[in-house]
Design a protein around this ligand. Structure first.
Ligand code: BGC
Length: 763
């Protein structure tokens, strides 16, 4: 009878927990209830621990540092271990040598591809091609899962308006709507579309990060303080995270920064109220690297205090800090943490493992045969090459200097033209640099023997060797040349002097952006800039092939260099794609997803800004007592949405199906786009809306739709957008998501600046 009563009571508490974790899978719940019934409190806490992996050697996993902890049930998962055999070995320790044999979850930063590396996310976003982005994530999932990985720390969807911040390279730029569409595409790509059940062994769990507002650190300095109004959070920064949740993302990573004076990792409002209660997220939340311990430096308490605070906030897994492992039991014994809180976090981790199918087969992602066939496959590389070509943004092309003919002598000059290590770009932890191709070899492959490709380094990355060292870490050295600036330049000028055209491969190295790589000046570095000036003085045609992980200040270059192709970091196949585009086999179609400012003083500069009470009149660049600067106009060098093509697209006026819409209705806005050039090409048709008068101030325009179309030379197409009241919603003063009657401007064009507009009224 006593036993019966106990199981009834247990059943009740489990019921409460289940209701909280919102799971509806009865079979799963029963399995986890049963398992948790056998777990000690220490084993439950162990599931919440995601330690650093240390150096695990294949065949010797049992003797690795981490093995002892695994055997004692003190590890829930591991991350950034590369190699299926190693992973299988470690999994075996968990399954065969820990008391309950609970399998581990293996994560990795698979950010823009695995061994087949795609463009950095900022570049990928410039494709505006959701199918291509989804496919890049699908291929990354296929390759990573073939190598033992079942969980990726991607997509990174932090809105960033400050290009000083190095991690702007890892996200999708400055627009929340576009960022949201990309978040959904990435989650679909990684997790697969068959109802989040991870049936196949190439479907992996995504982790949207860094929740929240990590891109808004003051002064663009990494990990820095964030302070913003809730209005701005909801209207301008939250949507991409929410979109990932809507797409069913399995996990969320907390950000390093504080939100409203409380570090995200310990912020219950953020982790529970918004994420779970408002958005309905029911997966698990992991901290970022040592995020819990860092709360001590943030200044909110010692390790025990901040660990308890994190668990209470809604964090389920502790990455590296071991605050949970070492202090939660104590907090529990002291009554500072409840059993229900520990159970809930543990349940969420076990649910993830269950959904991934690890309880049915802990080695589901350890198919050694797949590792041999599915990684860096020719088909994957072909797709990566196409995608890279679509990510490049043609910023300038005076007198149609591009595309180049495949003939004569082409001098590739610059420190980034003959390096493999630099090609994959930041956060490509699984990349094998030897498998990347240099720009020189890429151009040779595309031009065949029809053109002569010669090379000179021309300069180092920077004058300062210490800075170059920092910007080429993680084995990405550009092999600094010991010659003087003048010697290097003279050699380049000699080689360029005999060429028909100069391709200047300049800009940032891959670790010049990325984590902990903020810059206070964001131009092309000193020595390279001087080299570029000298190359232009030769009078030869110069094409700047710009490598960068962030918008750069290209004020001088935009005026003086005849052609600029921004190639970001195109990944392992980027060099071939550069050849494809430079020689015109591929017509560029990338459009910027971040504004390129004139100088650092204008930052933050973004297209979807507010109007202020003293806006500058259109076309002016200074007026006293207006919102502007004395010494620089308010304009960017290149606006959001901008990018040229080898052909020309013309837009008709906007046609609305009606001049008014009622709150239950809809209308359509159409434009006819014509390819008036000589080459077939793709164009991104962009829809912006302005709410002319609201109960709170509204941005001068906001992206609300886009369509990427292909038009043959001479062809026209009418593109139609459907406008519904839903599209007009925003968070009002009370943070209610509403639309408000009144006038709306519809703007359609090929970038955020050059648009055709029409007005309608919502009644
Ligand atoms: C980064 C995360 C990353 C994690 C694990 C952290 O330093 O901020 O983006 O996923 O490391 O490698």
């Amino acid at each position: 009878m006593k036993k019966l009563l106990l199981s009834f009571l247990l059943g009740c508490s489990v019921f409460v927990i289940n209701a909280q974790s919102q799971s509806k899978n009865v079979k799963m719940d029963r399995f986890i209830d049963d398992l948790m019934g056998k777990m000690t409190i220490e084993e439950k806490i162990g599931q919440l621990n995601l330690p650093g992996s240390g150096d695990i050697v294949t065949g010797q996993a049992k003797s690795s540092d981490i093995a002892g902890k695994i055997k004692r049930g003190q590890v829930g998962g591991l991350f950034n271990i590369k190699g299926v055999e190693k992973i299988k070995d470690v999994q075996r320790v968990a399954v065969e040598e820990s008391r309950l044999g609970i399998p581990l979850i293996f994560g990795m930063d698979v950010i823009h591809g695995y061994e087949t590396v795609f463009p950095i996310p900022l570049g990928l976003s410039c494709t505006w091609n959701m199918a291509a982005i989804e496919q890049s994530a699908r291929i990354a999932a296929i390759e990573a899962s073939a190598d033992g990985i079942c969980w990726t720390f991607s997509p990174m969807v932090d809105i960033a308006r400050d290009p000083r911040w190095g991690r702007i390279s890892e996200g999708n730029g400055e627009d929340p709507y576009l960022g949201g569409q990309i978040a959904k595409a990435m989650v679909r790509g990684y997790q697969g579309t068959n109802d989040k059940t991870f049936t196949a062994n190439d479907q992996i769990m995504a982790c949207v990060k860094h929740y929240a507002l990590y891109g808004a650190g003051e002064a663009g300095r990494d990990y820095n303080t964030v302070d913003m109004s809730r209005q701005r959070m909801y209207n301008e920064y939250f949507y991409p995270y929410q979109a990932a949740v809507e797409a069913g993302v399995g996990s969320v990573m907390a950000s390093f920064n504080e939100v409203d004076g409380v570090p995200a990792t310990g912020n219950r409002w953020l982790m529970t109220e918004v994420l779970r209660n408002q958005w309905g997220f029911n997966g698990f939340v992991v901290t970022d690297f040592t995020g819990i311990a860092e709360m001590t430096d943030h200044g909110i308490g010692d390790l025990q205090t901040v660990s308890a605070r994190a668990l209470n906030a809604g964090i389920d897994m502790d990455m590296v800090a071991e605050g949970f492992l070492n202090t939660i039991k104590k907090s529990y014994d002291e009554g500072k943490i409840t059993k229900a809180e520990i159970d809930l976090a543990c349940r969420r981790i076990l649910e993830a493992k269950y959904k991934l199918g690890l309880f049915s087969d802990p080695y589901k992602y350890c198919d050694i045969e797949r590792a041999k066939t599915d990684i860096y496959k020719p088909e994957h590389r072909e797709i990566a090459r196409k995608t890279a070509g679509e990510s490049f943004v043609l910023l300038k092309n005076q007198n149609n200097l591009l595309p180049l003919d495949k003939k004569g002598t082409i001098a590739v000059v610059g420190p980034l033209g003959n390096t493999k290590e630099n090609m994959p770009g930041t956060w490509s932890v699984a990349a094998d640099f030897n498998k990347a191709t240099t720009v020189v070899d890429g151009l040779k492959a595309v031009a065949g023997n029809r053109a002569d490709i010669v090379y000179a380094k021309g300069s180092n990355l920077t004058a300062d060797p210490v800075l170059e060292d920092r910007a080429t870490m993680f084995d990405r050295s550009l092999k600094r040349d010991g010659r003087t600036e003048e010697e290097l330049r003279n050699e380049a000028l000699r080689i360029a002097g005999n060429a028909d055209v100069i391709v200047a491969t300049l800009g940032e190295s891959s670790e010049y952006s990325g984590e902990s790589s903020s810059r206070s000046e964001i131009g092309i570095p000193d020595v390279q800039q001087r080299l570029l000036q000298e190359l232009l003085k030769t009078g030869k045609p110069v094409v700047l092939v710009l490598f960068t992980g962030r918008p750069l200040t290209l004020t001088w270059e935009s005026e003086n260099v005849p052609a600029i192709l921004n190639v970001w970091f195109g990944g392992t196949e980027g060099a071939y794609a550069i050849g494809d585009v430079l020689f015109g086999d591929v017509n560029p179609s990338g459009k910027l997803t971040t504004t390129f400012p004139q100088n650092v003083g204008q930052i933050p500069l973004y297209y979807n800004h507010k109007n202020t009470g003293r806006p500058l009149a259109e076309g002016k660049w200074f007026e006293k007592f207006r919102s502007n600067y004395l010494d620089v106009s308010n304009d960017p060098v290149y606006p959001f949405g901008y990018g040229l093509s080898y052909t020309q697209f013309d837009y008709s006026d906007v046609k609305l199906s009606a001049a008014t819409m009622d709150t239950a209705g809809k209308l359509t806005a159409s434009v006819t786009v014509t390819n008036n050039g000589k080459m077939d090409g793709k164009e991104v048709v962009q829809l912006y809306i302005r709410d002319v008068a609201g109960s709170v101030t509204r941005p001068v325009k906001e992206l609300k739709g886009f369509e990427k179309i292909f038009l043959k030379a001479g062809e026209s197409r009418t593109v139609t957008f459907t406008i519904t009241p839903e599209l007009l919603k925003f968070y009002n003063y009370d943070l209610k998501y509403v639309f408000e009657p009144g006038d709306f401007d519809i703007m359609i064009g090929g970038n955020s600046h050059d648009v055709k507009s029409a007005r309608f009224m919502l009644k």
